[in-house]
Write a protein that binds this ligand. Sequence first.
Ligand code: GDP
Ligand code: MG
Length: 216
Amino acid sequence: MASRRRTLLKVIILGDSGVGKTSLMNQYVNKKFSNQYKATIGADFLTKEVQFEDRLFTLQIWDTAGQERFQSLGVAFYRGADCCVLVYDVNSMKSFDNLNNWREEFLIQASPSDPDNFPFVLLGNKVDVDGGNSRVVSEKKAKAWCASKGNIPYFETSAKDGTNVEDAFQCIVKNALKNEPDEELKCACLDSEEEEKSPCSSNCRCQIIYRNYIGL
Ligand code: GDP
Ligand code: MG
């Protein structure tokens, strides 16, 4: 049997500005952390090749470029997401209280076919700060929120020292795969090095990803 095609997984990271979304992504993809605050980054997304249960995936992680403050993320940002990562700062109650808004916003904008079962993962970040002394959101409170939203997986992370970052992203990949389209809906053009041979339907994943990429 020929080896399986590589699959693209689109993951988006949402949460208040400053909670550490860009830092988590950089820690996971580049194993780097910076204390400097940078509201914008050059690229819309970072990619990482990941292996999961003997299959290779291209994980495409979409980050906001600071627009989260103005809540003006376009539909292209949300479209075709396989998993939505919600991030709050354990030292900020406001960032925790806003999780409902981010979740709702995602469900409205991405309008997944089965909203009740769409995979979310929650990260409580910055657990390293002040040795945990400035923490205001307890693990219990966060877990209760996750339970109330259909058992969302929860990780307490530090983008600074790397705590739980790898484990969290493993879980994110696993959950993104739950959303994998049926085999017959997949299209070879996504992974083909050659030019696309047969036209795809406008609902094909490759078209969705392409439209996302060029910002339509
Ligand atoms: P974003 O706006 O959600 O993308 O947040 P950033 O990734 O830009 O991080 C905001 C600030 O928090 C930056 O100064 C980071 O260095 C800092 N930061 C992010 N994650 C952590 C963390 O886990 N621990 C600590 N101590 N600082 C963090
Ligand atoms: Mg950022």
